[in-house]
Design a protein around this ligand. Structure first.
Ligand code: GLP
Length: 261
């Protein structure tokens, strides 16, 4: 696990976009894993700007989102399909239908989850997964207690996650759905490279567990310690509880540039 502490969202966006640009250069038909939430927004802004400038193209690429609320009407602005379309997909040049997500309106939920897993496999698996992290250590919507071997399935959201996400529902906790479909921890672990972004003091405890804590279903993101290629991009506030913070800074500063992240 590589920990990179940067000056803020803008630099995080640029470093992650460099890695995605490198991937698209090597493999134009790359498969990207796309997260919702506020953490990746700077990455999407940077990618949209580079695409508009003609520096990168997503024309042959595919994308899979991580998760979806269950039961939000098709026209609800907080449906993750709609959110990812607004914040990223509509701003770049993906082919129509190139980005898929789990179907939170499916009548047969287990079948929809299995179909989503099959679609990821049929696309050749995710080359690069962008992730955020919840304050309780969840990734995608794998809440504390999630099986470390889980695949796409229905989950009940914790009260904490619903409180955290109420800001997207006019601060109305009752409007936040209680259930979601989410890629499992094993689904995420199958991605070839994972870039996790966390900014702000509110993420410091989760980041502390993710990077330096014991692997435990209580802090689901800790499973990433078993992944061979994870890059954790942080600002100072999110890194404030890390014991080896000086080491992480020195390592990144002295890293040969050709290595990338
Ligand atoms: C939601 C999403 C996660 C995201 C998390 C953190 O729960 N399902 O994928 O990582 O929120 O969101 P934010 O980046 O807005 O803090």
């Amino acid at each position: 696990m590589e920990v990179v502490i940067l000056s803020g969202a803008e630099e995080i966006g640029a470093v992650a976009a460099d890695a995605i640009a490198d991937l698209l250069h090597r493999k134009p038909a790359a498969v990207l894993g796309l997260a919702t939430g506020s953490s990746p927004l700077a990455i999407y802004d940077e990618l949209a700007a580079r695409c508009e400038a003609g520096a990168i193209s997503f024309r042959q690429a595919r994308g899979f989102t991580l998760d979806e609320y269950v039961g939000l009407p098709a026209d609800h602005p907080q449906r993750y399909r709609t959110v990812i379309e607004d914040v990223f997909v509509s701003r770049v040049d993906f082919a129509p239908g190139a980005v898929e997500g789990p179907d939170g309106l499916a009548s047969d939920i287990p079948a929809a989850c299995a179909a989503f897993e099959s679609a990821i496999q049929a696309a050749g698996g995710v080359d690069l997964q962008i992730l955020g992290i919840g304050t309780d250590g969840h990734i995608a919507f794998n809440e504390p207690g999630s099986s470390l071997a889980s695949r796409t399935r229905i989950k009940t959201l914790t009260r904490q996650t619903r409180i955290d996400n109420a800001r997207f529902f006019d601060d109305d906790l009752d409007a936040v759905p209680t259930h979601c479909l989410t890629q499992g921890l094993a689904t995420i672990m199958a991605a070839r490279h994972v870039i996790l972004v966390a900014t702000g003091r509110g993420k410091a405890e989760a980041v502390h567990h993710l990077v330096e804590g014991a692997v435990s279903a209580l802090w689901p993101a800790t499973i990433l310690q078993h992944h061979p290629h994870v890059t954790v991009l942080l600002d100072d506030a999110a890194a404030r509880r890390l014991q080896l913070v000086d080491y992480y800074r020195e390592t990144y500063l002295s890293k040969p540039k050709w290595q990338g992240i």
